[in-house]
Design a protein around this ligand. Structure first.
Ligand SMILES: Nc1ncnc2c1ncn2[C@@H]1O[C@H](COP(=O)(O)OP(=O)(O)OP(=O)(O)O)[C@@H](O)[C@H]1O
Ligand SMILES: [Mg+2]
Length: 363
């Protein structure tokens, strides 16, 4: 059982019972070396399985997920690219939890990421006392993943300087890491065990994927994570996730179907630059991601609970929308106002009308 005091337990702790059932159901069916589940089992964990009582977690096409899973069984890594908030990180966490039972071997890529963060560093007290040894070596995620035969996650890899990205080159092709500092009689080469591989994520809005060297690109299978195309499935997901967060925060408020429809339709339409009945709109420059829609629903619920006696109303949605979605430009606010004045205004139903009535929060 995951500790209820933790803000966000790792997937393998949160879904420990599901993983246990899947391992049992897989029995000794064939699977890639070092994997805890079969490729079929991995897919059931991510997409859900009624018979085994497994919750669906990621909304996406089965063939896309099959390709991702297969990529991880090859001798290349998996690179998930896409717009912000399309659940690249979430998917890589689920894959690592299902395949290795551990999603915590994670490197967070940034301008300040160093080779030490990727391979290993030293415990300086021990280093001074005993010199370099296996005891004084502090393994970083890649080292640990290679030694244990596990999946390592590399988040936002394109934010790292090129020379740091290139640290992965020999690791991914030769599947070994040398530790030249160790004394001669020690094992200076670490060979990766079966089961080791890397899932990297990269955001197409930030510094480009183009800034990855051709050599590194060749060592990954690229898969693009698309925003959820189907409005009904997006609504289902946003409602479920926002309510799960509210429940976890012990806030007895829930986002109902009507408000979910209003919220998700807004995001969906502004993201695509088109209304559901085919009229074109000016798309916002802010990313109107599903992840943001979940945050808006969650914040609106908290707002209703703490300030308005728990009655979640369209007004709360508009207020949260301003803070969480419209981050970038005054231009976006203008487009949003236009959306309210031309699209929302024409919509029938109490929730849409209440939403329109709350448009003064956009002024
Ligand atoms: N297709 C999807 N299936 C399930 N959840 C999704 C999906 N798209 C978005 N989400 C929501 O987005 C949240 C995860 O966003 P995550 O941080 O993984 O996105 P990201 O693509 O890594 O974004 P960033 O590029 O900003 O790092 C999930 O917790 C979920 O609520
Ligand atoms: Mg991410």
């Amino acid at each position: 059982m995951a500790d209820p005091k933790l803000q966000r337990p790792a997937a393998e702790a949160l879904y420990a019972d599901e993983l246990e059932r899947l391992v049992a159901a897989d029995g000794d069916a064939p699977r890639p070396g070092g994997w805890r589940l079969t490729p079929r089992g991995v897919l059931k964990f991510i997409l859900g399985d009624e018979g085994l009582g497994i919750r669906g977690k990621f909304v996406g096409s089965r063939s896309f997920l099959e390709r991702c899973v297969v990529a991880l069984a090859t001798n290349r890594g998996l690179m998930l690219i896409g717009e912000p908030g399309t659940a690249k990180s979430y998917l890589s966490e689920l894959l690592a939890a299902a395949i290795s039972g551990d999603s915590t071997l994670t490197i967070q890529g940034s301008a300040g990421t160093t080779e030490d963060n990727i391979k290993y560093s030293w415990n300086y007290a021990l280093l001074l006392a005993e010199g370099p040894s296996e005891r004084s070596l502090v393994p970083a995620p890649i080292y640990r993943g290679m030694a244990a035969g596990q999946i390592v996650r590399f988040e936002e890899i394109t934010r790292c300087p090129l020379e740091i990205q290139d640290t992965l080159l020999s690791i991914l092709s030769d599947r070994l890491m040398s530790v030249p500092e160790l004394p001669e009689n020690a094992d200076r080469t670490l060979y990766a065990r079966v089961g080791f591989n890397v899932i990297a994520t990269a955001n197409t809005r930030d510094r480009g994927v183009n800034e990855m060297s051709a050599a590194l690109k060749r060592r990954f299978n690229f898969e693009t994570v698309q925003p959820i195309a189907d409005l009904a499935r997006e609504m289902e997901l946003v409602q479920r996730e926002a309510n799960r967060l509210l429940e976890q925060a012990q806030v007895p408020v829930s986002l109902g179907p009507d408000l979910t429809e209003v919220l998700v339709t807004t995001f969906h339409e502004l993201r695509r630059g088109q209304t559901t009945d085919g009229h074109s709109l000016e798309a916002l420059s802010t990313v109107m991601s599903t992840a943001e829609a979940v945050s808006v629903g969650y914040a609106a619920g908290l707002h209703a609970y703490y300030y308005d006696g728990g009655a979640l109303a369209p007004d709360h949605l508009v207020q949260s929308l301003v803070g969480s979605a419209i981050k970038d430009t005054a231009e976006d606010l203008k487009k949003l106002r236009h959306y309210f004045n031309h699209v929302v205004r024409e919509r029938r139903g109490k929730s849409w009308q209440g939403y329109y009535a709350a448009r003064h929060h956009l002024d």
